[in-house]
Structures are given as C-alpha cells and as structure tokens.
Design a protein around this ligand. Sequence first.
Ligand SMILES: Cc1cc2nc3c(=O)[nH]c(=O)nc-3n(C[C@H](O)[C@H](O)[C@H](O)COP(=O)(O)O)c2cc1C
Length: 180
Amino acid sequence: MILVISSSLHPNSRSRLLAFAACERLKKMDRPFELLDLVERPLPFCDGHSAYGQPGVAEAIDQVQRASAVLLASPVYNFDVNAAAKNLVELTGRAWNDKVVGMLLAAGGRGSYMSAMGLANSLMLDFRCLVVPRFVYAVGDAFDDGQITDETALVRVDQLVEETLRISDAVRPADTNPAS
Ligand SMILES: Cc1cc2nc3c(=O)[nH]c(=O)nc-3n(C[C@H](O)[C@H](O)[C@H](O)COP(=O)(O)O)c2cc1C
C-alpha cells in the first residue's frame, strides 16, 4: 500500500491538490493507496509522552507502518514543511523505518525549493528512509479555482509517483504485486 499524506490544514490547500493528483495517478496504475489528510484526521501535538495514546495516533502509526512507500504533500512554511507534517513524523517515529518517501510541496515563491531538505535529512538519518531525489514543487500560478492548471506540475506529479513506485518495488519486491 502507498500512503499519501496531505499535511496542510488550510481549507483550500494547494498541496492537497497535489496529494489528490498523486492519488489519481495511483488509481490509474491500479496500485493500492490510502490518503491520510490531516484536516480530516487532526492529531495532537507530540509531547513525547501521553500524546501517543491520544485518538488517531495509533491509526496513523499503523498506516505509516503498513505503507511500502509514502508520498508527503506539504505546504512550505518558513523554508520547511509545515509543523503539522513534522508533528506527524514525531508522533509516528519508528513507523517510518526504511520507507521510500516522495515529497510534493506547494509554496508561495520559487526561492524556497530546498525546503524539503530538513525533513529529508531527518528521515534519512533517523529512520533510514530512501528519499526520492525528485520533488514536486509548485507555486501559486500552477493552480486556479481549486485545480492544478499547470501541465508541467501534473507531469511532475506523475513522474514522482512512478519513480517512487519504481524504487519501492525494487527494494521491497513483495510489493510489486498490486494486491499487496
Ligand atoms: C506561516 C507561513 C509560512 C510560509 N512560508 C513560506 C516560505 O518560507 N516560502 C514560500 O515559498 N512560501 C511560504 N508560504 C506560502 C505557502 O507555502 C503557500 O501559501 C502554499 O500554497 C501553502 O500550501 P497549502 O495551500 O497547501 O496550504 C508560507 C505561508 C504561511 C502561512
């Protein structure tokens, strides 16, 4: 199963549209996936203590654990992913071990394109994730009226999904079976 995470808490989020586009691509490829949308499934702040027992956390850990690869769609906030994405990683911790991870970012400006690297470093060093060296990075003019209107952005989403599956299937051959 491929887990698609949408971490924006904005009601009209653009990065959520990137997550939806990734889900569409997975559907077309007949690959099983689940969507974890943090607007629909709000999580408590990680305190390293009792938060792990709060509603929704065990389900999130289970979802990440069952995934062979994770596609994380996040807003860029302060040259980083948003705090909700970081909080999810803090809450789910070791469930990320050895995952293949692809990232899709929506940003306000073109200059923040390296904003996924902080999280990428921590996923690699903490959890030995294989971070796909291809990012989707889209700014405001790629979207209009709740849709992705930039053809290049859509192509990049497809490329990221395909590349993530290619790597994940190569390192975890059991997952090449679409039914798994
Ligand atoms: C608190 C905050 C910080 C932001 N920081 C950046 C930034 O560092 N670089 C940037 O390009 N855009 C930044 N933005 C703009 C957002 O990345 C942009 O609005 C994006 O569409 C948000 O994603 P979303 O629509 O999925 O919520 C920031 C927006 C907010 C609200």
